[in-house]
Design a protein. Sequence first.
Length: 317
Amino acid sequence: MGRKVVKIDFSFLFAIFILSVVPLGPHFWFFIPVAVSLVSQSPWKSLRFLPLISFIGGIIFIHKGKIAVTSLDLLAYILFFLLGLVLVQIRARKISFISTIVWPLLAATFLSLLLFFTEHLISKSLTFSQWVNAQVKSEIFPYFFQPEAWSEHSLGFYDSLLAPILRISLPAWFGCMIGLAFFLNGTMETIFKGFTLKEIRHRLNLWTEFNAWKSPDWVLVGLVVGMGLVAYEQLFMFGKEPWIRGLGWNLTVLSLFPIFIQGISLTSFLIPRASFFFLIVIFILLVWVNPIPVLVLAGLSDLWFDFRSRIRNTDLD
């Protein structure tokens, strides 16, 4: 009698590892949602309590001061676990996470503003600028938010132009980081699930909806209104109404996020259909050029010209 081959589910081992090290620091917090979702769907019911144990362990370490965090870090930590539960519900109802990608973005932005107003009520003297200065070094934000990431010859550009925009639109950037975490974790879970499917055609079907995803039309309204408010405040208010400028930049950043995701969707659609030369061009743009503006521009172009419909019609001809 031959030995029974035991298959190792590496995605499940990955999830256990992430939830085990979460209480030790924020380095792996970004992967909490997919880990929570995978473990919660485990056939071993006893292990479904692991996300709760991991969450409590992290809160204890934060409370005891073993992990230095800002209030936005703590909010992100809580939201990451909640996003894991959202992924569980989405999978249970057989809904694609792509169709709900805007909601974590908006919810996180609203909660960050609510957090500021709560802290402002507790400490009457706390201004938005002071709050931003305390939060800008949160682990949730990219490293380019901090001046240490910039060289001496580019530090002037950061201080004079980029830093004021980043700081005044901090709630929207926080929402974008949570939205990006939801997108990446949902994508990772889709990949892990795809590995368990035997037929390649079934694996490819998992990406059909993602390749066809487009930004909602309201993002163009938000983009135009946001940039219009920034221009109005600078040209007619002469920089004396920062709340108008802040509203404008936050609307602009929020509107650009779905366009950025559409750029990724367009890229995933084009790569299997591209010629070798065009594939090299895409690779160079994404590797050697900053991919964020490239993908935003790709998403914005697709929003206007609908490249995928044109390509599909060409394929049918």
